[in-house]
Design a protein. Structure first.
Length: 363
């Protein structure tokens, strides 16, 4: 199975698509704008990078457990915010124009989290974005032992409690990508085995060196330096693991329900052609949510506006609030299934979804 094996209806351009294109073009023209990052995005990015750098230096100079915990916590949270504000846009080539610089920036920014940016980019862009909520193609909803995410997946009694234990899954998501998904992809155990990612000996070198650099810089070096102050290796490793889990939970919990909250799931038919267009599919498989504090959306890289992001993946997140207003207007004019909700509603619908998926099919 490859992402390219599934296709959408090649229909004449739907009226809402024409209107969306016209309104979007008018927005960019009237504001003399381009789709990529601007100076303020880079200012935010370098600010986050500075916070991460200061936290890392503080970590290496820590002298007790409290200092270690605080330094790791700030470092990993800054790294996670760098991921959603920088790595994510670069993966979509929405940060800068150069493919080389997008990939290089992602390789550097991903180091504190440990994930391989090339494999994650293919999973995210070519599978999840191309086919959201499609069984067998969206790798974000693959069958797994922890969550039942579609009505087409096998039921197990433990899923009855997934609406309770989902925060633990959110906390383990990034570490799981680092140590399970990445290595499974690298060893050819997943759908990505047929994708041209980090090929040959050079690919292995880049992959292994990146993983070693992560372990040396963020685990071994702190262990080595802090042992002088009597901070045990076990304390350092525990703080490292806990900080990664906290950072993972904080971000994943804010976007997890955007593909669960009263959305639709699909199985491709034998012909491999979906019954609707890709843009209509996007509207039916995600929601946007609006935070009470507007600054939160800014620091989340606009990922709360998830439908908008899926409709405009190659546009930098700085444009999402304006584009979301355009999407809402066009959707209203053409009576389309686009929704903007608040976070409490997202959590309520997410809980409802997990409870429904946790029921045995015959109940």
């Amino acid at each position: 199975m490859r992402a390219s094996d599934l296709r959408y209806q090649n229909l004449p351009e739907e009226p809402f698509v024409t209107a969306l294109k016209q309104q979007t073009k008018a927005y960019f023209t009237s504001h003399a704008e381009h789709r990529l990052a601007d100076g303020w995005v880079f200012f935010k990015s370098f600010g986050l990078l500075g916070i991460a750098g200061i936290a890392y230096m503080a970590l290496l100079m820590s002298q007790n457990v409290v200092q270690v915990g605080l330094a790791y916590g700030v470092l990993m949270l800054a790294a996670m915010f760098l991921a959603v504000n920088v790595l994510h846009d670069a993966a979509h080539r929405a940060l800068v124009r150069s493919t080389f610089w997008n990939r290089l920036i992602n390789r550097v920014v991903s180091l504190p989290l440990g994930i391989d940016p090339d494999y994650w980019t293919v999973r995210h862009v070519q599978y999840h974005h191309a086919h959201p909520n499609v069984e067998g193609f969206d790798l974000d909803i693959e069958p797994n032992p922890f969550l039942r995410q579609t009505p087409f997946q096998r039921y197990a009694p433990r899923f009855r409690y997934q609406y309770i234990y989902w925060p633990l899954i959110a906390a383990l998501s990034m570490p799981y990508i680092n140590w399970v998904f990445d290595w499974s992809d690298r060893l050819g155990k997943t759908a990505l085995k047929n994708e041209p990612v980090l090929q040959g000996i050079q690919g292995w070198v880049v992959f292994v060196v990146s993983k070693l650099a992560h372990l040396i810089l963020f685990v071994w070096l702190p262990m080595h330096l802090l042992s002088v102050h009597g901070v045990s290796a076990w304390v350092v490793f525990s703080a490292y693991c806990l900080s990664q889990m906290v950072a993972s939970f904080f971000v994943v919990a804010l976007i997890l329900g955007t593909h669960w909250a009263q959305v639709e799931f699909f199985q491709p038919n034998p012909s491999g052609v979906m019954p609707h267009s890709w843009r209509m599919h996007t509207l039916r498989t995600a929601v946007d949510w609006i935070p009470s504090w507007q600054w939160l959306g800014y620091w989340m890289g606009g990922l709360n506006l998830h439908v908008t992001h899926h409709l405009f993946p190659h546009v930098n997140h700085r444009h999402y609030p304006a584009l979301a207003r355009i999407v809402a207007m066009v959707a209203r004019d053409y009576d389309l299934p686009y929704r903007q909700i608040d976070y409490p509603t997202l959590l309520r619908l997410q809980k409802q979804f997990l409870q429904e998926m946790g029921q045995a099919p015959n109940e």
